[in-house]
Design a protein around this ligand. Structure first.
Ligand code: GAL
Length: 638
């Protein structure tokens, strides 16, 4: 569907004097861009009164972009309902857990479940699609904008109704719901579905099964909301791709992609996330891998191109080199587009301080010059990335149901994050693989805290290991059924037989208590939680070194299956286990990454110091002896 690399920016013609439309697009063209994204958020301009549509400004922009050979991705404006609509139908507004109804004056104040809102979304989407289907340069549509970005829960009356319907569809009878959720506990049983509402504040802890369902419901509501628009867009423009930009809470992006999208998109704002060394956004890397897990090739529809903030925060400016570094980081994970946010910094509005490629004054600056360099490079090599993406040997088993269930657990739900990002630091890039996907294309599969599991998964894991795959299972996996209830057996429940062991007992570890494990002659630290294992068919390969657990089994190996009876806060142990089974090449320096993309290799230096490295660099077309600070080089393999 996308046969060339898309490079461009987000452009908002409605924020500027109409007379600057052509000069803006000329300048966008001069940046070497072939794509702009426009249109999301401007509902009050497109439909200032109910049913009176006016897309003329957007049409002029699309038309002129077409003349310049620039393609357009249009956004539907449904993340910002106009005042006339919310006044006429207050039920479309979202409500927080304390009952406060969100009001007009910002964005994302709609809910996803109001049938009236869905009707109006369908109408504006259809009006736009009808208007723009005649423009050949409209190549794609973005549904709404960043679902769940500012809030991912809603407690409106329509949400209660939709939640009840969702539960009734799932459980059929109220008796079954009471039974499956274990609502006898603390007298929570219901007599009918009509008594149920979304989980508003309570003095003590909620029922975990109920909460897991609520989180699943939130995601399904967002997917259903998006599907209404997707169907209309596909009807009018079957050849244009439909996309949506993530990655936020309470949304199963795999399901969204499978049910509504041709291609998923990621919005990359590395300065928001935790930094590991100044140039590296660990979190962005993790989210890029998650995005790839949902959609092999994906779009980046927004990448931070300046410092920025809204009223209450201000993130730092990308240092020279970082915009380029982040661009190639996304590409290495599978991005086939790079649109910078935004063309020029707005003079007004809530994002006056979100700096784009250009500042308020529209002068060239170090960021615009860096982006010109990137465009030039990508005009030569960009299309290579359409076909090539790194093949990873390692995958994490990923299951959205477990993600939801983990939200109500206080025990180390971040284990997967620590392991994945830790492995990444040590040059093991790992994919995320979903329950219904084939494990066979990987050499190693990690099940990190997959509490909800059944015999079918246990069998799949066993078969994978029997055929030579390496499996690493971490604590408390396999212990719960689909309704988030414990199985009446020891951890790792359904995996006990395959793992050849079970947990005799466990303890949580207060921060003050140190615990370590000795494995292969090295010690590794334990985080928060540990289980004392009892092998059955398996062999003990790691033991605890401290306190009451000292000398007791911590890691058991049964054939190709390792069971790790504790949580970690680094990827070191997993790396050392994996390195026993696959080759892990050395990196040219600390804080660097290597990617193999078909016949090419790419090296990224996240550090502020240069790294010695000799090659002919295809990006700059020069022989180099060092990768500069925040630098990227690309070379032909061998
Ligand atoms: C994104 C959003 C944009 C803009 C940008 C900068 O999350 O999609 O509309 O708000 O952040 O804050």
């Amino acid at each position: 569907m996308i046969d060339h690399f898309l490079i461009g920016c987000c452009y908002y013609p409605e924020h500027w004097d109409e007379n600057s439309l052509t000069s803006d697009l000329d300048r966008i063209k001069s940046l070497g861009f072939n794509t702009v994204r426009m249109g999301e958020f401007s509902w009050s301009m497109y439909e200032s009164e109910e049913g009176r549509y006016d897309f003329s400004l957007l049409e002029r922009a699309v038309e002129y972009a077409g003349k310049l050979g620039i393609d357009v991705i249009l956004g539907t404006p449904t993340a910002a309902p106009p005042k006339w609509l919310t006044d006429k139908y207050p039920e479309v507004l979202c409500v927080d857990a304390n009952g406060n109804t969100m009001q007009h004056g910002s964005r994302q104040h709609n809910n996803y479940t109001s049938k009236i809102y869905l009707k109006y979304c369908a109408a504006i989407t259809e009006a736009m699609a009808k208007c723009f289907c005649k423009y050949n340069n409209v190549i794609g549509w973005q549904i709404d904008n960043e679902l769940n970005c500012h809030r991912s829960e809603s407690y409106a009356k329509t949400d209660d109704e939709a939640f009840r319907e969702w539960l009734e569809k799932k459980y059929k009878t109220i008796e079954n719901l009471n039974e499956c959720m274990g609502l006898r506990f603390w007298s929570m049983e219901y007599n009918s579905f009509s008594q149920i509402s979304c989980p508003r504040p309570t003095p003590a802890y909620r029922n975990p099964s109920f909460m897991t369902d609520y989180y699943l419901f939130l995601s399904d509501s967002a997917v259903r909301y998006a599907s209404v628009q997707a169907k209309i867009l596909k009807k009018y423009m079957p050849d244009a791709f439909v996309t949506h930009n993530g990655y936020f809470e309470n949304l199963d992006y795999k399901k969204l992609t499978d049910e509504c999208l041709d291609i998923l998109a990621f919005d990359s704002y590395p300065s928001f996330s935790e930094q590991n060394g100044k140039g590296r956004s660990v979190e962005a890397g993790y989210r890029l891998a998650l995005t790839h897990g949902c959609c092999e090739k994906f779009l980046v529809l927004e990448q931070q191109a300046g410092p920025g903030g809204q009223n209450s925060y201000l993130v730092p400016t990308p240092l020279p080199g970082q915009i380029r570094l982040w661009t190639y980081q996304s590409i290495a994970h599978g991005a086939v587009s790079m649109l910078y946010f935004r063309y020029r910094t707005a003079l007004f509005g809530a994002e006056q301080l979100w700096y784009g490629i250009y500042d308020h004054d529209l002068e060239e600056n170090y960021r615009s010059r860096e982006i010109r360099q990137i465009s030039e490079e990508l005009s030569r090599v960009g299309d290579l990335f359409i076909a090539n993406r790194q093949h990873n040997d390692v995958a994490f088993y990923y299951d959205y149901h477990n993600i939801c269930a983990n939200k109500t657990e206080s025990f180390a739900p971040d284990d997967m994050w620590y392991i994945h990002t830790g492995l990444n630091d040590l040059n093991i890039h790992a994919d995320f693989i979903y329950s219904y996907e084939d494990m066979k294309k990987y050499k190693v599969v990690i099940l990190s805290h997959i509490a909800i599991a059944d015999e079918t998964l246990a069998e799949k894991v066993r078969e994978f290991a029997d055929n030579g795959g390496i499996v690493i299972i971490s604590s408390r996996s396999g212990t719960k059924d689909i309704y988030d209830r414990y199985y009446p057996q020891k951890a790792p429940g359904v995996f006990s037989e395959a793992a050849g062991c079970s947990a005799l007992w466990f303890t949580s570890l207060p921060a003050s208590e140190e615990q370590n494990v000795l494995y292969g002659g090295k010690t590794y630290s334990v985080k928060e939680y540990c289980e004392v294992m009892q092998p059955s068919a398996g062999t003990v390969v790691g033991t605890y070194t401290d306190g009451f657990c000292r000398g007791k089994p911590a890691i058991v190996k049964n054939g190709n299956i390792y069971y790790i009876g504790f949580y970690v806060d680094s990827g070191e142990l997993y790396r050392d286990i994996i390195a026993n089974h696959i080759d892990v090449p050395e990196l040219p320096g600390s804080n660097t990454e290597e990617y193999v993309l078909g016949d090419y290799k790419m090296y990224l230096n996240y550090g502020e110091a240069p790294v010695d490295f000799e090659c002919f660099d295809l990006l700059t077309e020069k022989n180099i002896t060092q990768i500069p600070p925040f630098g990227v080089v690309m070379l032909k393999k061998d």
